[in-house]
Design a binder for this molecule. Structure first.
Ligand SMILES: Nc1ncnc2c1ncn2[C@@H]1O[C@H](COP(=O)(O)OP(=O)(O)OP(=O)(O)O)[C@@H](O)[C@H]1O
Length: 510
């Protein structure tokens, strides 16, 4: 490096160090300035929100307090110190939060609030409303309904709204109409959560942060009988789990959606519904990789796309069936095996003994796209494979047999009554409509993922529990060259050892 370049770099370093020093000295002033601006913005927002008839009394109260402070010994000094303290506190907090929320909405945001208010008017206005100033009226202003709000990067990020007492907030359809409108007007492509406070006629809307997508298949820290379906919001579950996240150093504590399938589980079977390409087969693969750690797995792949080929001839995998005859033979075996397990367990109980290990070892039946096989069976006049699912679905809990069915929405009508009745753990993947989510989960109090949401994103509901947002861990087919190298390697590392030469996918050996 030349002398000129060296002296130039030295000069730059000196300037940078000088600037850092000046910034350090000015830091308290910057914090105070930021805090004062925030306080002023809050004051101005409060003023604008205060109804006109309350402004004069409020001004009077303020002036009276000012006079009292002025008359008190050291009053002005103490008031000034308190103001400085508050500015410092707010300025410091704002820096810590990364100034996420715009402190003071500009004219454009005010116009947006008014537009949102006007869009809501037809839903809430009642012609014979006796109130002199109804919350929603065609000539009304948003200040009447919106109690609190925040903007982030120019878009509404939270809203607290009052609604008229006569609004039918107990009806899911009415709520959904309002939620859809609010989500559409506040900005598409984001996910929202709504809280309805029916006692106080308040609705809160909040934009949700995206769920982490960097979690790939790995040996999750779970107890026997627990399966990780994916990851959700921190405030939705009471547990976190250490997992490796792409781009992060060391394990991160992330809130999982854990599906429990033990002997006392009330949701021993799972139904996964999704739009094409949303990741239903991937979720099945993720369940299979966790299941083979402590049990045996049989896969019936109605799609026949070879997405489970990586599991073929692996220890703990009883078979991968994609043809109709193969699927029927395997399912008939599962029916017999379920009955055998029930009988053996019952005999053991009669002798006061524990059931033998082979009965207690969980058996997992993973069925991808059964509607395709049902259609083929009808065309060929054969037994519907879904009819054979009836026995494991009905008695699986007592026999340690768990059924996971994945289907696309277009095949929903072909799902049999047994599947719909006995699968009490449910997952919906992809940007399904709120009506579709509602139909599968029996409750959809939130907006769903946007059409451009990453694969594996959706909702889960275990029994009558809450609807949880879900991001399935990336578990690609290791032979899928379009998937990321690291994710494929992670799946390959979890595959059990081979039991036969590669490519052999046999029927159950029982
Ligand atoms: N959770 C996920 N994280 C990252 N990528 C995913 C996830 N789930 C699925 N993918 C990717 O999305 C693509 C489609 O996934 P998958 O085959 O599981 O979808 P599908 O719902 O079974 O649809 P189809 O049956 O139409 O293939 C694949 O490339 C897969 O690797």
């Amino acid at each position: 490096m030349s002398r000129w370049a060296l002296s130039w770099r030295g000069g730059l370093d000196a300037v940078r160090t000088g600037a850092d020093g000046v910034l350090d000295i000015l830091h308290p002033l910057i914090v105070l300035g930021r805090g004062s601006r925030l306080l002023a913005a809050r004051g101005s927002a409060w003023w604008r929100r205060t109804p006109r008839e309350r402004r004069v009394p409020a001004l009077f109260l303020l002036a009276a307090s000012g006079v009292v402070v002025w008359l008190l010994p050291y009053g002005p000094v103490l008031a000034g110190t308190a103001l400085l303290g508050a500015a410092g506190w707010y300025g410091r907090q704002d820096a810590r939060d990364g100034s996420e929320e715009d402190p003071e909405p500009g004219d454009e945001e005010w116009e947006r609030l008014q537009a949102l208010y006007e869009a809501l008017v037809p839903y809430f206005v009642m012609p014979e409303d006796p109130s002199p100033e109804p919350i929603f009226a065609h000539d009304g202003e948003w200040e009447r309904a919106f109690e609190d709000f925040a903007f982030r990067a120019g878009r509404l990020s939270s809203l607290l709204m009052r609604y008229p007492a006569y609004f039918r907030d107990g009806e899911a359809g009415e709520r959904m109409r309002i939620e859809q409108l609010l989500a559409a007007k506040s900005g598409r492509g984001r996910e929202y959560r709504f809280w309805w406070d029916e006692e106080r006629n308040l609705l809160e809307m909040r934009v949700l942060d995206p769920l982490p997508t960097g979690i790939h298949a790995q040996p999750f820290v779970t107890a026997p009988g627990e399966t990780v379906l994916g990851f959700t919001d921190g405030d939705a579950v009471h547990r976190t789990m250490p997992v490796a996240v792409a781009g992060e150093e060391g394990p991160q504590d992330v809130p999982p959606v854990v599906w429990r399938t033990g002997a006392r589980s009330t949701e021993p079977h799972l139904l996964v519904m999704g739009i094409p390409g949303a990741g239903t087969s991937t979720l099945l693969r993720s369940v299979a990789l966790q299941a083979v750690r402590r049990g045996e797995v049989l896969v019936v792949d109605g799609d026949g796309g070879g997405e489970f080929a990586c599991l073929a001839a692996r220890f703990g995998v009883l078979g991968i069936e994609s043809s109709l005859p193969g699927a029927l033979a395997s399912l008939e075996w599962v029916v017999r095996e379920t009955e055998r397990r029930l009988l053996t367990a019952s005999q053991a109980r009669q002798h006061g003994e524990h059931a033998p290990d082979d009965v207690r070892r969980p058996l997992w039946l993973l069925v991808d796209r059964p509607a395709v096989l049902s259609h083929l069976a009808r065309a060929e006049g054969q037994t519907d494979p879904q009819e054979l699912l009836r026995v494991p679905l009905r008695h699986g809990r007592a026999a340690g047999v768990h059924v996971v069915v994945a289907e696309q929405f277009e095949g929903a009508e072909d799902l049999g009554e047994a599947v719909l009745t006995h699968t009490r753990a449910r997952v919906v993947l992809g940007s399904a409509s709120p009506e579709q989510v509602q139909a599968v989960l029996g409750g959809a109090p939130q907006t769903g993922p946007a059409p451009d949401a990453p694969p594996g994103r959706g909702f889960a509901r275990l029994g009558a529990g809450p609807v949880l947002r879900l991001q399935v861990p990336a578990t690609p087919d290791p032979y899928d060259e379009s998937a990321g190298e690291a994710e494929r390697a992670a799946v390959a590392a979890l595959l059990p050892v081979r039991t036969a030469p590669s490519g052999h996918a046999g029927a159950p050996a029982h």
